[in-house]
Write a protein that binds this ligand. Structure first.
Ligand code: SAH
Length: 252
């Protein structure tokens, strides 16, 4: 195997997987998504490894480059932020590689919505509050299908993690409120989760847009909304003393 699509994690270089880091150490060439990957993640690259920033490349250029490198016998890591399956634009890359009979492996990463939960010290799935996490974004240059509008997803009042949208905070709040979240619903914004400059804003739907504006946050932030952020929840059954399961008998 010569081509690896690797999740770099959310920013902190210690939050890449062991396998991902081993591959970075071994790679002859690393093509990384420059706009978001923390360059510190690349510090483990071997001396003489070639490093390309894909921010300035088109899809055909990336594929052409990989093809050329594979033919020259090089090991290539294509490095994406977080987990590559979430807004990574990797499907089109994988499909092109398949067409060219170039084998590849995908190595998952810690997505930023999970690094955000860690920063907030928050479980997204609280019994009686929400057992569902919706990962979505508002429409930008990439369209979002109508049936998945923020407004319609908001009707579930599940825990929502909204990517790629903090620059449109006022529209996001409007849609969430129109969809069914009360104006007092708690919301958190985490800017650059796990980076040294990480910043957390906690607010309600009513107050969040002004706070985001005051802090000047316009990119690389996760929006989390839902009652899990401030809720009286039921204790989980998994650890309840009177509850037995495969690995533990109930105490009497
Ligand atoms: N594949 C990535 C997402 C890429 S889309 C992942 O799994 O995390 C880019 C969006 O991800 C940003 O607009 C922002 O919403 C979010 N994001 C990426 N890194 C982040 C971080 N460290 N903290 C908060 N949000 C982040």
């Amino acid at each position: 195997m010569q081509v690896y699509i690797v999740g770099a994690g959310p920013g902190d270089p210690e939050l890449i997987t062991v396998r991902g880091q081993k591959l970075l150490k071994k790679a002859d060439v690393i093509i990384y998504a420059g706009s978001l990957v923390n360059p510190a993640v690349l510090n483990v690259a071997k001396a003489g490894a070639e490093i390309y920033n894909s921010a300035s490349m088109t899809l055909p250029e990336v594929i052409e480059k990989i093809d050329e490198l594979v033919k020259a016998g090089k090991t290539v890591v294509r490095l994406h932020t977080g987990d590559p399956a979430i807004y990574g634009a990797i499907q089109e890359q994988m499909d092109e590689l398949k067409k060219r009979d170039i084998e590849f492996e995908v190595v998952p990463g810690v997505s930023s919505f999970l690094a955000t939960a860690a920063a907030l010290k928050q479980e997204y799935t609280l019994p009686d509050i929400s057992q569902t996490v919706i990962i979505t974004r508002s429409e930008g240059r990439t369209p979002v299908p109508d049936k998945e509008s923020l407004r319609s997803l908001a009707a579930h009042r599940a825990t929502m993690c909204i990517f790629l949208s903090v620059h449109m905070m006022r529209e996001v709040v409007e849609e969430l409120t129109a969809g069914g979240y009360a104006p007092t619903t708690p919301i958190a914004i985490v800017h650059k989760a796990s980076w040294p400059e990480q910043k957390i804003i906690r607010a309600t739907l009513e107050t969040v847009a002004d706070k985001v504006q005051e802090e000047g946050i316009s990119r690389t932030a996760m929006i989390v909304v839902g009652d899990c952020l401030d809720a009286d929840y039921s204790l989980s059954r998994l650890y309840a003393p009177e509850f037995s399961h495969m690995f533990r008998k109930a105490s009497t």
